[in-house]
Structure formats: structure tokens, C-alpha cells
Design a protein around this ligand. Structure first.
Ligand code: GLN
Length: 499
């Protein structure tokens, strides 16, 4: 077998668990695997466009370090040597962090995000930074100021967004797993479009320190992986109290994340909200989600119809609260700090003019649209009518979930109304793009953990014809009950893989 084929098959087959076993049994070294990833990225990323920058020198050093630990016979954790891709809004010291915006084109991070510190301690290897919608605003990665990322399952289609680069990198085997961020669906929707697993943790479970903020009351960092077990492994390394993020919770996630007991899973009740199974959802999506429901029924899990009546206001409410926070978070980008301006000669214009020019040139259309919207809803005279009102509706959305979680343990829904759409299909109509997140936004509004898991019907396993685009289903859990959704997900995968 020629080398190219052999390393590709090998990368295809790897999960974090398999990598760990191979590494500790000395079947390969972390350095060999990291080198294979870079070779493969060299070929494949020309087509996909998942990475904005690579970190080859640092990554190979990190891999050698993991090998040394193994050679010394020391105990190595599950993430030692594991090659990861990181969304470009998460800071790694000395590396670019553009958030796919021109205004940050020359910026290099001066500190590590807490999630990166945690992963470094666990011995992980960082391959590079991935493409995204500018400042994480979008659902297709088409809002990147730098490049398109293509869906590995169909190159004419988007990978979803905003963590499209991370999802495409994992789906095309250019990283073993990745980090993304999710403010309204940006981990789960691209995971669904690319056929990978995506977990948005409970708000406050994972530190946001070192994440370039979009909407601070909604943002969470989480993993995109090939399996639910891999998502559990990464989540466990990320979670915990951080003194740099006062919204983080003191949590103790233990082994139950990776070793769910069948007895506990069987005794669960899953709610199916009427509001999420409606006519706007493509029949192919409903069919896939129903196949997942049937698989879970075969485990003995009970299902129950439920109602989340305020869901219908979630999207409208999100498009008030989110831009309000965006307008305030993005005020710091003036084209002077964070690596300098966008070609405007500082001396030729006054200060105000300089800000205006820098921000006009540095931000893309969608970013500007949201800054303007946010400034409007916060302005005096409109604050009460829009922002304050939206906060009240947000509470009602949360109350719906609190009520329902008295009766059910977990909620199951589609992730998005459609599979991956084509490039340009929704760019001229922002509203139709926004609708892509209608099922993912409520979990952010209520701060709940939620996961997107690819349905694994036999049709999809063929994965060759155009009808077999990946589709995910979503599980939403109670606050800090990631173990429930990860547990159900792990048993679902066992059934799906045995078909
Ligand atoms: N697609 C949604 C938006 O455009 C969500 C983005 C996100 O989760 N970062 O706002």
C-alpha cells in the first residue's frame, strides 16, 4: 500500500480512545501521527479550506513531548499527543487569532485561553486555527473575511457555521477533534451539516476566558468530535471553575461522563416538543430524527410529547439580546489596538475619522449589521421596548424548560431544519440564514447543555449519493447534566454502529 493511502486510512479510523491505545501500546508515536496530519492537510485542505493558519513547529514539539512522557513510562492522560484544531476566536499564545475578521488580521494572542491551558496540561497537540464566520456571526462560514470552507460531504455546499472550519476539519480527517464556540448553534449546526458530534456545554461549565467574545451571556466553548465518547473526554478536560471567568461553576464531572450505566439510561424519559416537529422542517430531516428516536426506543427509553410554547419567540428575542451584546463587545476593535489598522494612514486623519475608517474597512457586512442593530436596541427610548422586553421573554423561555424538566430528563429535537445548503443560497436573505438556528438558539437562551449527534441510518453509511447528506439530532439536558445527553448519545452510537 502506498504511504498516502495508508496514512489516510489510519487517520480515518482514529478516535481519541483508539489514538490513546495505539500510543500507549507503542503502535505509533504522537510525532508520526502529527506528521501524517500535516501531510494530509497539505493535500486536502487546498480543496476544503478548513484552516486559516497552521502551527506545525509547535505541534511537532508538543507531539515529541507526549512521546517522551510515554517513553519514560509515565502515566499519560487520554489527551496526550491528541492532534486538535482550534477555532480562530480562541487564543493561543503567540498565534494569530483573527476571528476571521480583517480588523484582527495582524493580531497575535498574548495569552492562552483557559481551555487551551487545560488542554496543554492534558498534553494535547494543536495543529492550527480554523476558519469561521467573522466574530462567529453566521451559519455557513461564508461570513469569513478570508476564505470559503467547503463541506467535505459535498463541495458545493457549506459546512455550516460559525464553527465551519472546525467541523469540516474533523469530518475530513484533518484533525482528530476540534474546539468551536456556540452562541446560538455554532457548534451544533456545523456538526449536523458535516456529520460529526458537537457539544455545547451548560453556560458556565467551561471558561470563556480567552474566547473573543460575541455575546457574553450566550457564548460557550465546546468540542467537535467523531464520537460522543470523544466529546465527553474533551469536555471533561475543559470544564471547571476558572478565576478569570466569574460565570464559571464549581463542577465535578467524573467518570459517569464516559461510562454511563445502561440501567440509568433505560430509566430516562425523553421529551419531544411539538414546536420542533413542524412543517418548515425538511421531510428528510424528520425521517432521520425519527430513525434516531426509534433506535432509542429499542433501548427501552420512554418518550413523551411536551410543549415549549415560548420557543416561537426565541429567534426574535435572540436577535435583540445577541446584537446588543455584540455591539458592546465589538466596541473595543478600533483598528489601533490588537495588531493595528487596516491600511488607513493615522496621521492623515483625525481620531474620530480614523476610528470610522478602520471600522468601516475592518468589519464585514454582517458584523456591521449586528453592531447597528445592537446599538439601536440599546439606545435611549428603545431600550425598554426592545432590550428590556427581550430579557423578560428570555426568562419565559427558560421557565418553559424548567417546567418541562420536572417531567422529562432530556429533550430531543432536530438540530436544523435542513441539511447543508449550497453556497450563496442564503447570503442575500439574512432572515432565511437566521432561521437555520431556530432549534439551537433556545438552549443558549436558557443556558442548557445540548449536543448534536449524526443519525446513522444505513442510507447515510453509503454516503455517496447526493441524498445522503449528514443530518444530526439534538439532545438538550438539564443544567450541568451533560452526563445525561452524553450517556444517551453513547448508547445511541452503539446501536447505530451495530446496524
Ligand atoms: N448562527 C448564529 C448567529 O449567526 C449563531 C452563531 C453562533 O452560535 N456563534 O448568530
Amino acid at each position: 500500500m502506498n504511504k498516502a493511502v495508508s496514512y489516510l486510512m489510519h487517520l480515518h479510523d482514529l478516535t481519541i480512545k483508539k489514538f490513546h491505545d495505539g500510543l500507549t501500546n507503542k503502535e505509533f508515536t504522537a510525532l508520526e501521527v502529527a506528521e501524517d496530519y500535516f501531510k494530509y492537510i497539505d493535500e486536502r485542505d487546498k480543496e476544503i479550506g478548513a484552516y486559516l493558519s497552521l502551527m506545525k513547529d509547535e505541534a511537532l514539539k508538543q507531539a515529541e513531548h507526549a512521546d517522551l512522557t510515554v517513553a519514560q513510562g509515565k502515566n499519560v492522560g487520554l489527551l496526550a499527543g491528541v492532534p486538535l484544531a482550534i477555532k480562530d476566536n480562541i487564543l493561543i499564545t503567540g498565534q494569530p487569532a483573527t476571528a476571521a475578521s480583517k480588523i484582527l488580521e495582524n493580531y497575535k494572542a498574548s495569552y492562552d485561553a483557559t481551555v487551551i491551558t487545560n488542554l496543554k496540561q492534558a498534553g494535547a497537540v494543536f495543529l492550527g486555527k480554523t476558519n469561521m464566520d467573522e466574530f462567529a456571526m453566521g451559519s455557513s462560514t461564508e461570513n469569513s473575511a478570508f476564505q470559503k470552507t467547503k463541506n467535505p460531504h459535498d463541495l458545493e455546499r457549506v459546512p455550516g457555521g460559525s464553527s465551519g472550519g472546525s467541523a469540516a476539519a474533523v469530518a475530513s480527517h484533518m484533525a482528530l477533534a476540534a474546539l468551536g464556540s456556540d452562541t446560538g448553534g455554532s457548534i451544533r449546526q456545523p456538526a449536523s451539516f458535516c456529520g460529526v458530534v458537537g457539544l455545547k456545554p451548560t453556560y458556565g461549565a467551561v471558561s470563556r476566558h480567552g474566547l473573543i467574545a460575541m455575546a457574553s451571556s450566550l457564548d460557550q466553548i465546546g468540542p467537535l468530535t467523531k464520537t460522543v465518547e470523544d466529546a465527553a473526554i474533551i469536555f471533561q478536560a475543559l470544564a471547571g471553575r476558572d478565576r478569570f471567568d466569574s460565570t464559571t461553576a464549581e463542577t465535578q464531572y467524573g467518570d459517569e461522563l464516559r461510562n454511563p450505566k445502561l440501567e440509568d439510561i433505560k430509566n430516562m424519559t425523553i421529551g419531544l416538543p411539538d414546536e420542533y416537529f413542524v412543517s418548515g422542517v425538511e421531510p428528510a430531516v424528520i425521517k432521520e430524527v425519527e430513525s434516531a428516536i426509534n433506535a432509542l426506543k429499542s433501548l427501552g427509553i420512554k418518550f413523551k410529547q411536551i410543549k415549549l410554547p415560548h420557543t416561537r419567540y426565541a429567534l426574535a428575542c435572540y436577535y435583540i439580546i445577541m446584537p446588543a451584546e455584540v455591539s458592546s463587545n465589538l466596541a473595543r476593535f478600533d483598528g489601533i489596538r490588537y495588531g493595528g489598522a487596516t491600511g488607513v494612514n493615522r496621521r492623515s486623519v483625525g481620531l474620530l475619522e480614523l476610528y470610522k475608517k478602520n471600522r468601516s474597512r475592518g468589519f464585514g457586512a454582517e458584523t456591521k449589521r449586528r453592531i447597528i442593530l445592537g446599538t439601536f436596541v440599546l439606545s435611549s427610548g428603545y431600550y425598554d421596548a426592545y432590550y428590556a422586553q427581550a430579557q423578560k421573554v428570555r426568562r419565559l423561555i427558560k421557565n418553559d424548560f424548567d417546567q418541562v424538566f420536572k417531567d422529562v430528563d432530556v429533550i430531543l429535537t432536530p438540530v436544523a431544519p435542513t441539511p447543508a445548503f449550497k453556497f450563496g443560497e442564503k447570503t442575500s436573505d439574512p432572515l432565511s440564514m437566521y432561521l437555520s438556528d431556530i432549534f439551537t438558539i433556545p438552549a443558549n437562551m436558557a443556558g442548557l447543555p445540548a449536543i448534536s449527534i449524526p443519525t446513522n441510518s444505513p442510507i447515510q453509511k453509503l454516503a455517496t449519493s447526493k441524498t445522503s447528506l449528514p443530518v444530526g439530532f439534538q439532545l438538550i439536558g438539564k443544567p450541568l447534566h451533560e452526563a445525561d445527553i452524553l450517556g444517551i448519545g453513547q448508547y445511541y452510537e452503539k446501536i447505530a454502529n451495530s446496524v
